[in-house]
Design a protein around this ligand. Structure first.
Ligand SMILES: NC(=O)c1ccc[n+]([C@@H]2O[C@H](COP(=O)([O-])OP(=O)(O)OC[C@H]3O[C@@H](n4cnc5c(N)ncnc54)[C@H](OP(=O)(O)O)[C@@H]3O)[C@@H](O)[C@H]2O)c1
Length: 352
């Protein structure tokens, strides 16, 4: 089949092409699409170099499925045009996620929702995806009363320019260190590691720093990312009133998001049963043996497909409550893999 990837030169788009190849999705022809800036570039798919085409309304003729990952405005404009041409769109941006009639799907959690699609299926936010995969088996067994989440999100979640910012700042700090010598470091003062590389896409320096700011702030003082976690979780899990509160934080990590999640359940639980439920749920891998320093972290999750769960422990301050540490590669399960899994689901249900 003819498969288009919109945003094929971006962090997520490139990963989508890798995942399509790895999972042997039945692609007869890959159509990589990007902006005017990528004219003359190529992508590699199954050892073949394929020229990137500039996205236009005509790009979707004969395309059966299009994986969009080029930002909200591109999706708003071009997804309906692709649908008009008979194409099914799996959209990674936030443009359509909360739209009535657009399913928001994590295949392990709400696969049945794809059946209600009218051309566009939305892929949730990266931090939401990895959390709901772990919440689902707990909701099914005990019921969830309330969730409190704090995230530690990598710069690749904000696209290639944020990755460049962290890289450039780190290199600049290393250059400064080399020039100044080792004694400079002993001062351990911000002058040593404060740099200005210009062209910043994050509001402040991210190297050697942590920012409680992802996306824009809303009238209620929460960030848009925090509100996405609340609203998207409710929609995916079919729990419109689920009490959930989030603090989303950018950390100087290139790839992989981590989350500290506190969950109040409706019934009491046995910790061993919780571990078994999580371990048996598709897509989850438990890494939880603190006596041997075994727990997940972004560096070990890099390039992996699983949602890793560790530090599983009772919240001793509240009955029926639990703490989890959840880590996943935001470009894989948080974006590209989930989108390809949605396409696979459509295929399995003969909806393509
Ligand atoms: N990164 C994540 O973890 C993550 C997770 C979930 C969802 N998402 C969503 O996925 C989307 C892309 O994210 P990303 O991290 O891959 O960003 P990125 O690395 O900045 O890449 C953006 C891609 O979109 C293309 N593009 C931008 N404007 C375009 C236009 N007007 N017409 C056609 N193509 C255009 C770019 O093409 P050029 O190279 O030609 O500019 C590039 O291929 C965003 O909506 C983001 O919110 C990202």
């Amino acid at each position: 089949m003819r498969v288009a990837v919109v945003g094929a030169t971006g962090m997520v788009g490139r990963e989508m092409i890798r995942v399509l190849e790895e999972r042997d999705f039945p692609v007869d022809e890959l159509v990589p699409l990007a902006s005017e800036r990528s004219r003359g570039e190529n992508v590699t798919f199954k050892n073949k170099s394929i020229p990137v085409e500039v996205l236009s309304a005509d790009s979707f003729a004969g395309v059966q499925v299009a994986l969009f990952s080029a930002g909200g405005s591109v999706s708003l404009k071009f997804a309906p045009q692709a649908v008009k041409k008979g194409c099914v769109v799996v959209d990674n941006s936030s443009a359509w996620r909360m739209e009535e009639g657009v399913p928001l799907v994590v295949p392990e959690v709400n696969p049945e929702d794809v059946e209600r699609h009218r051309g566009i299926i939305a892929n949730p936010n990266c931090s939401t995806i990895q959390m709901v995969v772990a919440l689902k088996p707990l909701q099914d067994r005990y019921g969830i009363k309330r969730v409190v989440v704090s995230t530690y999100q990598s710069v690749s979640g904000w696209g290639k320019e944020a990755v460049e910012q962290l890289w450039n700042e780190t290199m600049e700090i290393a250059k400064k260190a080399k020039q100044e010598g080792v004694d400079h470091w002993r001062k351990l003062h911000a002058d040593v590691y404060r740099v200005d590389v210009g062209n910043r896409v994050l509001p402040y320096q991210i190297a050697f720093n942590v920012l409680p700011h992802i996306d824009v702030f809303k009238e209620n003082y929460y960030s848009k990312e925090e509100m996405k976690m609340v609203q998207e979780t409710r929609k995916i899990m079919g729990l419109p009133d689920l009490p959930l509160t989030a603090t989303t934080v950018r950390v100087p990590v290139f790839r992989g998001h981590a989350e500290a999640v506190n969950i109040e359940l409706r019934k009491d639980f046995c910790l061993e049963e919780v571990k078994t439920l999580l371990q048996n749920f598709p897509g989850i891998k438990i890494m939880d043996e603190v006596s041997r320093n075994i727990y997940p972290f972004p560096l070990m999750a890099d390039g992996r497909n699983e949602v890793f769960v560790g530090r599983i422990r009772r919240d001793e301050s509240l009955p029926c409550s639990l703490n989890l540490w959840i880590v996943s590669d935001n470009l894989r399960k948080g974006a590209a893999l989930n989108a390809v899994q949605i396409a696979e689901l459509l295929l399995a249900k003969k909806l393509l």
